[in-house]
Design a protein around this ligand. Structure first.
Ligand code: FMN
Length: 544
């Protein structure tokens, strides 16, 4: 591990915002902005407006009002956790390339949190009638609508939903959406699918006991705590201890005021309550990260028992829905290193060099690419494909292996690889019986299946047919000198060797570039042959 991974993560959200601002990664919007119709669409433009990932920013809205005309004192911050990998890395206090190492270390070396009695998240406490009065309780917070035009309510999106296993006492913290129903009631959605929400497993146990489930919805914890919410950890692994492992230091928890739960002490806002385990309530529609609107379904009805917050709290929200989004960046930077670590260290797949989850529109889980070094052993490629497809029930419906000259972030390059480097009858396998994953409920009810494709180069290949790098670079200097429109080079933008080439062809190319093509012609004149059909490879004849 490099020195920069000796963690210096911000340990509360305000310190994180100050660091983002110092790096020029935070934009303040002081214009009045409507939280119900304008706020999320404005941030959405940075994901759909053709900006490069590096141009994405966190947004702080300081002048927020609702469609009913009500103005809010609290600012709303969107994009501060993971609008881009650089923002995520800032929240971890490391460089982008170290994120994977930090996750591995945090999971392997959890550090138990320490309890404090006096916590910033309890500076203001709202309970009883204050939760129910008109405009009070949840209505007093500037909670935005994520997908105006489709969503049925403002939603908390940047949550850490803290619950506890009633048998073992082990805590779970998951990021689950929660929609407003009344000033003192929410509806929370916890995925019931295999390897879905840990909180749902707790709910089943409370239901069995005939008791409501205590829950605390935490907003605006330190990013390092927040990042454990969407991460796929073992069911009995305490996210707060893993966050300590990521930070390299024990983090602070405190006891919630009206439910028996330990929560992050330095959070901005906490909503405490009890989830009904007998009655479920219609929830949604709400824009989902699989790219479709989730239609109304029965989910968990939560009676709020307290809202606690810091003085002048900051309300955090996450852009999710169609990917790329803040939600997909948050998962991508955390999931990819876990897959690479599993395939390389646990399965010891030889020749594997990278794992890339497909982000735009498909949202990471269904499609995974594996990159292999040239000349990878075919059986190792297949172990990798099968390992990636089976690590998690919800990930790897389609897994495609490519050689690592192909950048899987460029779908065209993947198709090019499939077109010329795979033979479907030999290199493709469909495996039956896969559980259904995250997706619109209107999908067909049949069990899903898995598609594995080996699109790696099976041997050496001729060079990529673009001018060599030096010529492209020289030409670019002229391009810029004569004032042609600015370029943003898309890989591949220059030729590279892929193993099949020889010294003679190299000499011909060098000679041609020096204007000495006639010398090449003299050479080939000497090598003319009779009784050979056109299109016969020269080396086949000359070697024979
Ligand atoms: C912005 C965002 C919103 C999410 N919303 C939900 C949700 O509403 N319900 C859910 O079950 N998972 C949701 N997820 C995915 C879970 O956070 C993820 O599956 C996580 O691993 C759950 O934690 P757990 O395994 O401790 O339950 C969301 C993730 C993100 C980043």
């Amino acid at each position: 591990m490099t020195r920069s991974t000796q963690i210096h993560a911000p340990l509360d959200f305000r310190d994180h915002l100050a660091r983002l601002e110092a790096k020029g990664l935070l934009v303040r919007i002081d214009e009045p902005v409507n939280k119900d119709t304008q706020l999320h669409p404005l941030v959405r433009w940075q994901f759909t407006g053709g900006l490069p990932e590096s141009a994405r920013r966190a947004f702080m809205f300081t002048n927020v009002y609702g469609s009913d005309g009500r103005k809010f004192d609290s600012p709303v911050v969107v994009g501060a956790f993971a609008a881009s990998p650089e923002i995520y890395a800032t929240g971890m206090g490391v460089a982008v390339e170290d994120i994977g190492d930090v996750w591995t270390r945090g999971i392997d070396n959890p550090i138990e949190p320490i309890h404090v009695d006096d916590a910033p998240c309890h500076e203001v406490i709202i309970t009883g009638d204050d939760l129910r009065k008109p405009g009070g309780g949840l209505a007093s917070l500037p909670i935005p609508i994520s997908t105006p035009g489709f969503d049925s309510a403002p939603y908390f999106t940047a949550t850490l939903c803290v619950t506890k296993d009633p048998e073992t006492g082990v805590r779970n913290m998951g990021t689950y959406r929660a929609g407003l129903k009344a000033t003192d009631r929410l509806c929370v959605r916890m995925a019931t699918r295999l390897t879905g929400a840990g909180g749902y497993q707790h709910w089943l146990k409370y239901k069995e006991l005939g008791q409501p489930m205590p829950i605390a919805i935490v907003l605006g914890a330190a990013p390092i705590v927040q990042y454990t919410g969407p991460q796929k950890l073992r069911i009995d692994e305490d996210e707060m201890a893993v966050a300590g492992g990521l930070a390299g230091a024990a983090l602070r928890t405190t006891r919630a005021r009206t439910v028996d739960l330990e929560i992050p002490a330095d959070a901005e806002i906490v909503v405490e309550g009890l989830i009904d385990t007998e009655l479920v309530e219609p929830e949604g529609p709400f824009g989902e990260s699989h790219g479709y609107i989730a239609l109304e379904e029965f989910n968990m009805s939560m009676q709020v028992t307290a809202i606690t917050h810091r003085r002048n709290p900051i309300l955090t929200s996450i852009v999710s829905q169609v990917t790329p989004s803040e939600s997909s960046v948050m998962k991508k930077v955390a999931y990819e290193p876990l897959y690479l670590q599993h395939l390389k260290k646990v399965l010891n797949v030889k020749g594997l060099t990278g794992v890339v989850m497909h982000e735009p529109l498909s949202n990471l889980r269904p499609i995974i690419f594996l990159q292999f070094a040239p000349k990878a052993i075919q059986s190792e490629v297949w172990r990798g494909l099968q390992g990636a497809a089976t690590l998690q029930a919800q990930c790897g419906k389609i897994v495609i292996a490519v050689t690592n000259d192909v950048d899987p972030r460029n779908a065209d390059a993947v198709f090019w690889s499939m077109a010329y480097r795979s033979n479907p009858i030999e290199d493709l396998l469909v495996v039956p019986y896969r559980s259904r994953s995250h997706g619109p409920k209107s999908e067909s009810g049949a069990a899903n299946s898995t598609l594995l494709i080996d699109a790696t180069a099976k041997g050496v290949m001729p060079p990529l047919a673009l001018p060599a790098r030096q010529y492209m670079e020289e030409a670019r200097v002229i391009w810029e000198k004569v004032g042609l429109p600015p370029l943003s080079p898309q890989a591949p933008w220059h030729g590279v060797h892929l193993g099949d080439w020889d010294d003679r062809w190299e000499r011909f190319a060098q000679a041609a570039a020096k204007g000495e093509w006639e010398r090449n012609g003299e050479n080939s004149f000497q090598r003319r042959r009779a009784n050979v059909s056109p299109e016969t490879p020269v080396r086949r004849v000359e070697i024979d």
